[in-house]
Design a protein around this ligand. Sequence first.
Ligand code: CTP
Ligand code: MN
Length: 317
Amino acid sequence: MENNARIAVLLRQIAALLEEQGVDFKPTAYRRAAKVLDELKRDVSSFKELKELEGLPGIGESIAKKIQEYLKTKRIAALDKLLGMQGGIPPTLMEVEGLGPKRARQLQMALGIQTVADLARAAGQGKLKGLPGFSETMQAKLLANTKRVSERTRRFPREELKDDVATLLKKIRSVSGVERCEVAGSFRREKETVGDIDVLVVTRSAKNVSDAIALLPFVRDVVAHGDKKLSFDLKSGIRVDIRLVKRDQWGAALLYFTGSKEHNIALRKRAIQRGWKLNEYGLFEGEKIIASREEEDIYKALELPYTEPRQRTDILS
Ligand code: CTP
Ligand code: MN
């Protein structure tokens, strides 16, 4: 009777949320249905037909459908919507590249796909193709992308990445049009483990440079390719995120992409206290730029000593 109890809880949640919105009658109907489920002597999953469910007192077509939806997908979209969730799609499913909320929702409804593992299984069994809007190519692409999710949520010991990073910087620096190139992110902060390799590049011809880097031999799969950002995976599976910026923006961008996130927040707060604004483009007073060229310039303007990347925490020295 686990289903009955669970669905009853969800129906009561719907009732409460509708009530909050000032909806008449419906809350009472949902509560009545919840009570019926709670008192029901057999599990609702044993009702195979919609018509059977509708035969129960207090359960009309709309609620019967929601019960079936729950049995199939373990969710009720209407409730998710009321809760303001992102279409009710578990965040992990949203981490699969090429899967937007709409498609994710569609897969959830049609095949009961909830997790990345569900998606990998269904795609592997060829169940996606044939659904409206899903081609065989799309199915193959999603299958490949599910494999990347676990790789991407994996963290790599910094030690293991040192050679990769050295090669990466050397090769990128030798690309024509690259003026400066440095590693940022957690690698620069010397964290023990690193989630991805963040790289900052200065160039005046971002498009050409981005194209040239994408063709370097160690690039496995390019996942984003533009003139502001280029992302790809190395053979080891680690993601590389390259940001291309203009020369004047170097310091502000390096500071921003080095993090930590907490350090950036603390710096931004300090800027705000002075009536300024700090972002990846620079430190500004209104439209006027105060500092941006080098990290040192920004620390100085904020009356802070230069902070080594490894020390960039939420506490400002
Ligand atoms: N950053 C940000 N906002 C974004 C993207 C990035 O503020 N939308 C900044 C963060 O301050 C972060 C840095 O860019 O420190 C790098 O981002 P990310 O790779 O997500 O974090 P890391 O600190 O490098 O940690 P991880 O090892 O998980 O990559
Ligand atoms: Mn990073």
